[in-house]
Design a protein around this ligand. Sequence first.
Ligand SMILES: C[S@@+](CC[C@H](N)C(=O)[O-])C[C@H]1O[C@@H](n2cnc3c(N)ncnc32)[C@H](O)[C@@H]1O
Length: 287
Amino acid sequence: MTQRVDATLRAAIARLDAARVDAPAATARRLLSVAAGQPREWLVAHGEHVLDAATLVAFDGLLARAIAHEPLAYILGERAFRNFTLKIDPRALIPRPETELLVDLALAALADEPTGAPVIDVGTGSGAAAIALALEAPRANVIACDISHDALALAAENAARLNAPIRFVHSDLLSSVDDLAPVIVANLPYVTREEIEGLPPEIQAHEPRVALDGGLDGLDLVRRLLDQLRAPARRAALRALFLEVGASQGPATQALAARAFPEATATIHKDLAGLDRVIGVRFNRPE
Ligand SMILES: C[S@@+](CC[C@H](N)C(=O)[O-])C[C@H]1O[C@@H](n2cnc3c(N)ncnc32)[C@H](O)[C@@H]1O
């Protein structure tokens, strides 16, 4: 069995389209480029090239997973984040580009902190934000925690491969983290129970539920984290807190933060799409 590149792509795009997979043409080209071991541009320029049977079998396997709505990052086993590539698998949520805003805000806050200042990434998942912080703020002391052993194992593999010095702690929010940190970031589950049912199959059936479920209004974890941070020693140490939220949760989260910390300023930061994405809580403490 052999088939030309152009005919293979045409047939694959039709099948992906029929299965209502997003971006069928881009997905087909990406998967065929993996199966054929050739860059995507090569495929576009070599439509007449005849693919061998082994390539076609490998491609069919990848295509079947995409048609079953498995996310592309899980099929490929990787996802780019900032300037590095993370190993990705169903043990953790696929990092989203919006989370780079959380990293940018934390980096700016860390620039004001002394060498060795701790920064904690609560609910680290694949380790995306923690690794970015460790690589881009090498003066900081990065701690990352998660309630999922699976996610922590993946994050530790990623950190080791990327030479990012991070201490990982298995913890329900901050319960088992003893460090007091001036800077804390958290992209916790924020999908409401109702929204989970309406999520695309790529997310609902494949990404870990523990990474998505934020309770009735999506803010259960944020409320609990704010409560933990109000403990006197944690509160006294805290200078900047950044919480990633769903696009509709900006004002509600800002209000929760303002109520928990009336002495601080809570600001809504928008992502590149102009949507509410991160609540920044800054404490103006004397040096
Ligand atoms: C939305 S995912 C974000 C993952 C990662 N921070 C990112 O941006 O890609 C939320 C993460 O929080 C973790 N998580 C959920 N409940 C938690 C809890 N009670 N304590 C610590 N981590 C928790 C999940 O396991 C998951 O890895």
